[in-house]
Design a protein around this ligand. Structure first.
Ligand code: AMP
Ligand code: GLY
Length: 433
């Protein structure tokens, strides 16, 4: 099969790396890709929002399957357009991607289907929002309705902070059009985990869990980021927890979307807060997480092309019982550029990636890299590398990942040193990790 992958991050590098290992993979292209992806795929200079360019290329190269990594083009209607041109695509329609693209849509949908979620209100009027905030009290969570590159959520510790954030969003100052409506919701105090399934509109296949590390600093301190590291499976994930998530969230969502004539096809990524042992849905994303994807795919014990192709063609029922996971742990440490999540320093030279790759079970995924005129790998984004280790348990995966990190020669890069700290410090929960 000729495959076109859309995106240029660590998630897409992990996808490309695994797709290329499949005996079913013919020619693999990636638009626009990055220097790491170029080892597995032919990178083509088409931007992810150039929908016409993507369609033209896919027809020209007789692409059998398009796999979309990031949310932007999905919300923008890329899957719908490919569908209209008869090209198989792994990823939801624009309307189904509203589960991620509009927090108001998502909250209304999950409430309609009685899926446990934080109590909320949705507002376009600042005075009404202010009354709601004053009535509810702090801490309280303010969310821009639309896509805001992971920055649209404010956990306000005081009523005044929540009101200011709300006014900045609604006026368009904070996030432009994405903030013209806000969701304001109850603050939930618990521990987070992420859970993933793949759906074809009707049938779904459970993938597995992961735990992300959103804050930039050790011990979960400092500013929010897109994710500074992850490991899979999450230590909170027991068979009982998984069953609750499937019964109370995933099945009602896939069935509900189908009943509402908005079938969901692609990766459904549930961001969950576990409060007193019960899962509560914080958010849905309609794609693989980054860096969660790097850890999940490292554990997949099934042909990725077959899985994504079956989902794209509505045939998951034919393979759903075959998908297996390796009974091991994968852990990804994100290396970011100095300045991230503010303004990251660009063009600094990164050496030692090949050396880091020699550590047992380690693969370094490129997330935000480019080549300079001398052909050297340089930083070209905030999150730059995902050093991913696969091992029998979490302690070994972590030790190996940091051994690889220490073999990199990139003085302008930094990482958190405590990825998976919750798993390693949880009493009695280390077993099986
Ligand atoms: P999101 O962009 O929706 O993933 O939210 C970003 C992060 O904000 C989540 O991963 C949580 O850590 C936090 N968050 C979102 N909603 C809530 C909530 N209702 N209570 C507590 N934390 C939340
Ligand atoms: N790592 C979180 C996300 O991909 O949204």
């Amino acid at each position: 099969m000729n495959i076109l992958l859309i995106g240029s991050g660590g998630r897409e590098h992990a996808l490309a790396w695994l797709l290329k290992q499949s005996p079913r993979c013919g020619k693999l292209y990636c638009a626009p890709g990055n220097p790491g992806i170029a080892d597995s795929a032919e990178c083509v200079a088409i931007a992810i929002d150039d929908l016409d360019g993507i369609i033209t290329f896919a027809k020209d190269k007789k692409i059998d399957l398009v796999i979309v990594g990031p949310e932007g083009p999905l919300v923008g209607g890329l899957a719908d357009m490919l569908d209209r041109h008869g090209i198989a695509v792994f990823g939801p329609s624009s309307e189904a991607a509203q589960l991620e693209g509009s927090k108001a849509f998502m909250k209304d949908f999950v409430s309609r289907h009685k899926i446990p979620t934080a109590a909320y209100g949705r507002f376009t009027d600042a005075d009404e929002a202010e009354r709601f905030i004053r009535k509810t009290g702090a801490p309280i969570v303010v969310k821009a309705d639309g896509l805001a590159a992971g920055k649209g959520v404010i956990i306000a510790l005081s009523v005044e902070e929540a009101i200011t954030a709300t006014r900045e969003m609604l006026s368009g100052v904070a996030f432009g059009a994405a903030g013209r409506e806000v969701v304001i919701e109850e603050f939930l105090d618990g521990e987070e985990l992420s859970y993933f399934v793949i759906a074809d509109g009707r049938t779904f296949v459970p993938l597995t869990s992961a735990q992300d590390h959103k804050r930039v600093g050790d011990g979960d301190t400092g500013l929010n980021t897109g994710g500074m590291g992850a490991y899979s499976p999450a230590h909170l994930m027991t068979p009982e927890m998984e069953q609750k998530i499937l019964d109370r969230m995933i099945r009602p969502t896939i069935d509900g979307m189908m009943r509402e004539n908005n079938p969901f096809k692609g990766v459904l990524f549930a961001g969950i807060m576990v409060v007193k042992g019960e899962p509560i849905l914080l958010e849905y994303n309609t794609r693989f997480g980054d860096p969660e994807c790097q850890t999940i795919l490292s554990r997949l014990d099934y042909d990725l092309v077959t899985l994504l192709d079956a989902a794209a063609r509505g045939k998951l029922d034919t393979i759903r019982d075959q998908v297996k996971w390796k009974d091991a742990v994968a852990l990804c440490v994100v290396m970011a550029a100095e300045g991230y999540p503010g303004t990251p320093r660009k063009d600094t030279v990164i050496r030692g990636i090949d050396l880091a790759d020699t550590v047992e079970g380690v693969k370094v995924f490129h997330a935000g890299t480019a080549r300079n005129e001398k052909g050297e790998i340089v930083a070209a984004g905030g999150r730059v590398l995902g050093v991913t280790a696969y091992a029998k348990d979490v302690a070994t995966a972590r030790a190996n990942a940091y051994q690889a990190v220490d073999l990199l020669n990139w003085p302008e890069g930094f990482c958190r040193r405590d990825i998976a700290w919750r798993a390693l410090s949880a009493p009695g929960l280390k077993k099986g990790l």
